[in-house]
Every structure is written in structure tokens, then in C-alpha cells.
Ligand binder design. Structure first.
Ligand code: AMP
Ligand code: GLY
Length: 424
């Protein structure tokens, strides 16, 4: 069958790499794709990922049988609805179901209604009322723009003053545009974070292997928040009992809740968790695979991803056979100097072949080809991924790959998986 992957990051490269291994996969297309994905797929840079009509037209004219959606924006823009209407199977939630990520207030409302553990919260559109609530609750407290804000709409305020400033930035100065027409104010949760993603066909829910992201730019979890500087899987904080508990009380309950609300959810449901003293609580739901969680989770999948994704679209996920490898995987992100602020683009990249010969997988996140040479084209440039029998050997191998790659201004965290290593 022919498959179209929407997106251009490390997550989509990892998905394309795995999909291409399926005996069911014939031709792979990527809109727009990236130079790494071009090794397994035909890249289509001239179709926009938010133009549903153009995506449907391309899928029809290229006999696409399955569409796999990477990022949240096309999902909340209804690309799965458009494909379904056109009779094309798609992996991902509908526009209404994708609101679990697209609207934090909707997501919190459903969690509250169905008893899914999460931080206490309140929603405001009026700045004075929001400010009064902050005054009453005190700090630390968490302020979130309601809609999609490309991962930037969350302020963890350590003081009341910071919280009040954040409320004003969102509601008065409209720092996040329409995403900030309302604000969600949450209780601050303390604990270790982890992610548990699941495949679902709207009924059956099957968890993936747990993972942990490193969102801060610098070692020791210091510096500004980023899209993710590295990941590892599994996360030892997610014991087998915890995985079972989160699958049951959080993922399965949410899928059932969404069905009851008339928004049947299919695809990958991502639970961002805080493991608190009172147990696991939801930080956020995402309507898609995590980036860079996918880069460590998918290489540990023992099974046919095409078959799994088709089963999610068709409602037969209970019939598919797959499992997770016993070892561990680590992803170290190589970033452009200056990221997450301003950075240079078009810088030549060296050493990928050498890193691959050392047994690492290189997933492209922000690269381009210029005059036949691979150059940087984004803040997060590459993900260097290694698997191992255990976390220690995966970390060692990943960093050997990292050493082999160079580009001007390159930086990466040197402590990916430190929480897992500290537990050894
Ligand atoms: P989000 O975009 O909702 O995942 O938030 C980004 C980050 O902010 C999370 O990964 C957490 O580190 C932090 N965060 C969000 N909500 C809370 C909360 N209620 N308590 C503590 N930290 C939070
Ligand atoms: N790694 C966090 C996310 O994908 O939202």
C-alpha cells in the first residue's frame, strides 16, 4: 500500500523509517518531509500541511491508502476528517477529538468530569478575575494560554508577581494571539515527569513503552524550555504497576470519556504525566506522538507499524500482535547555537555516515540540502539515537555517535537519561 506521512521533523523521520520496514509498505510520500526522510520516502515540498484540499487531492492522485499525521496543527485543522470524507484511511484523531490538545480548558473539563487525576484548575477570560484568583491561590502556580501555542504557552510562575505578569501577557497583551483569549490557571504539581503514549482505535487502548523528555536547554535541567533536547525509554520511574495504573485510570478512561462525549479518539494518545506523592497526574494530553519521544519509542517497537496504524483507523487494534524490546533507547538532540532563541541556518553538517557506522540511528529534525550538501535548517537539527541492552549501554553508544557529528555552533545536553542512570 502507498502511505503519506505529514510533517518534517525527527518524529516523522522515525515514523517513516519504521513504516518503510513493513512488508505492506509500497510507496512512501512525505509532505513536506526532510532530507533524512528522503532516504525512504518521496518528499513533496510544494503541498502545505494545513491545506486539506491539496492533501486530499495529492492522496487521490497518488493512490495513497493510509495517511499518517505527525504534528498537531493539521489534526486540529481537521485533516483526518477531510481524508475520511474522501474515503482515505488516516491515522490520527478527528478535529473534535484533537481538542484534547487543541484546547486545554476542554481537556481539563473532560478530566474533571470523568475523574482523571490532574492538577486543580480554573479557567478565565477576564483578566481581573484571573488576577484575583492568583492573589487568592498564591505561588508557585502555573499559567497556561488555552489554545495551541507551539509549546510556548505555559508559564510555571515561582512568584505571585510572575503569575500576574503571565496573566496580563496572555489576556491583555495577547502574547499568544487567539490561543490566549482564555487562560487556564493550575495548581503546581511536584514530582518527576514522564510520558506514556498509547495506540487506540477508539475502543482498544494499548500502551507503548514509557519515555522521559528533557525540555530544558542546558545540563542539569537549567535554561529555557525547548521542544525537547533528548529522551530515553523506558523511564524507570514508570514501574510496571504505574504503567498499568496510568493505562487504566488515565489513558483508557480518557478514550472512553471522549467516546461518551461524541468525540471518538483514534490514533496516538499522549499522556504527559507528573508522578506525584499522591500518584500519577496528567500534565497534558497531546493528540499525536511526542517529539523526541517517538525517536526512542518507535525503535523499540517489535511489530509492523503499518498494520498497527491501519488497525487504529479500522477499529481492529485488539487483533494486532506487537510488543516492546527488552532493552533501552536514548536520543540526544543536536541543536543550533542560540536555540531556542535566534540561530543561524545553512551551516554544513559533517559526520553522519561515521555516526551511523558506530551503530546509531540519525533522525533529521531541522536539515536541508544546499548544493548537494546537508546543512542546518532549524533549531533542533538532528536526533542521535542508540539502542542498548540497558540504559547505560544505550547512553554510551548514543554519545559516541554524537561525537562523530559536527557543525558550527552545535550544542547538545551531555546528561540525557541522568535520572535513569542515577537510579542504577
Ligand atoms: P505543557 O505544555 O502543558 O506540557 O507544560 C509544559 C511544562 O510545564 C510541563 O512539561 C511541565 O514541566 C510544566 N508544567 C505544566 N503544568 C504544570 C503543573 N500543573 N505543575 C507543574 N509543572 C507543570
Ligand atoms: N516532547 C513533548 C511533546 O512532544 O509535546
Amino acid at each position: 500500500m502507498n502511505i503519506l506521512i505529514i510533517g518534517s521533523g525527527g518524529r516523522e523521520h522515525a515514523l517513516a523509517w519504521k513504516l518503510a520496514q513493513s512488508p505492506k509498505a509500497d510507496k512512501l510520500y512525505a509532505v513536506p518531509g526532510n532530507p533524512g526522510m528522503a532516504e525512504v520516502a518521496t518528499c513533496v515540498p510544494d503541498v502545505s500541511i494545513t491545506d486539506n484540499d491539496a492533501l486530499v487531492a495529492f492522496s487521490k492522485s497518488h493512490d495513497v491508502d493510509l495517511v499518517v499525521v505527525g504534528p498537531e496543527v493539521p489534526l486540529t485543522g481537521g485533516v483526518v476528517d477531510a481524508m475520511t470524507e474522501a474515503g482515505i484511511k488516516a491515522f490520527g484523531p478527528t478535529k473534535l477529538a484533537a481538542e484534547v490538545e487543541g484546547s486545554k480548558s476542554f481537556s481539563k473539563h473532560v478530566m474533571e468530569k470523568y475523574g482523571i487525576p490532574t492538577a486543580a484548575y480554573a479557567v478565565f477570560t477576564d483578566a481581573d478575575k484571573a488576577r484575583a484568583y492568583v492573589e487568592e491561590q498564591g505561588a508557585p502556580i502555573v499559567i497556561k494560554a488555552d489554545g495551541l501555542a507551539a509549546g510556548k504557552g505555559v508559564i510555571v510562575a515561582e512568584t505571585k508577581e510572575q503569575a500576574l505578569e503571565a496573566v496580563d501577557a496572555i489576556l491583555k497583551d495577547e502574547a499568544f494571539g487567539v490561543a490566549g483569549s482564555s487562560v487556564v490557571i493550575e495548581e503546581f504539581m511536584e514530582g518527576e515527569e514522564a510520558s506514556l503514549l498509547a495506540f487506540t482505535d477508539g475502543e482498544t487502548v494499548r500502551p507503548m513503552i514509557s519515555a522521559q523528555d528533557h525540555k530544558r536547554a542546558y545540563d542539569g535541567d537549567k535554561g529555557p524550555n525547548t521542544g525537547g533536547m533528548g529522551t530515553y525509554a523506558p523511564a524507570p520511574v514508570m514501574t510496571k504497576d504505574l504503567v498499568d495504573e496510568v493505562t487504566e485510570r488515565i489513558l483508557r478512561t480518557m478514550v472512553k470519556a471522549l467516546k461518551a462525549e461524541g468525540r471518538t479518539y483514534k490514533g496516538c494518545l499522549y499522556a504527559g504525566l507528573m508522578i506525584t506523592k499522591e500518584g500519577p497526574k496528567v500534565v497534558e494530553f497531546n493528540a499525536r506522538f511526542g517529539d523526541p519521544e517517538t525517536q526512542v519509542v518507535i525503535p523499540l517497537l517489535r511489530g509492523d507499524l503499518v498494520e498497527i496504524m491501519l488497525a487504529c483507523a479500522e477499529g481492529t487494534l485488539d487483533k494486532v500482535d506487537f510488543s516492546w524490546e527488552k532493552g533501552a533507547a536514548v536520543c540526544v538532540v543536536l541543536a543550533s547555537g542560540g536555540y531556542p532563541g535566534a540561530y543561524k541556518k545553512g551551516v554544513p553538517i559533517d559526520g553522519i555516515k561515521k555516526a551511523e557506522s558506530l551503530g546509531t540511528l540519525i533522525f533529521h529534525a531541522g536539515t536541508a540540502e544546499k548544493d548537494g550538501k546537508l546543512v542546518t535548517a532549524g533549531g533542533r537539527v538532528l536526533g542521535v539515537v542508540a539502542k542498548g541492552m540497558d540504559i547505560r549501554s544505550a547512553v554510551d553508544r548514543a554519545y559516541k555517535g554524537v561525537e562523530a557529528i559536527s557543525f558550527e555552533g552545535e550544542f547538545h545536553r551531555k546528561d540525557i537519561a541522568h535520572r535513569a542512570l542515577e537510579r542504577l
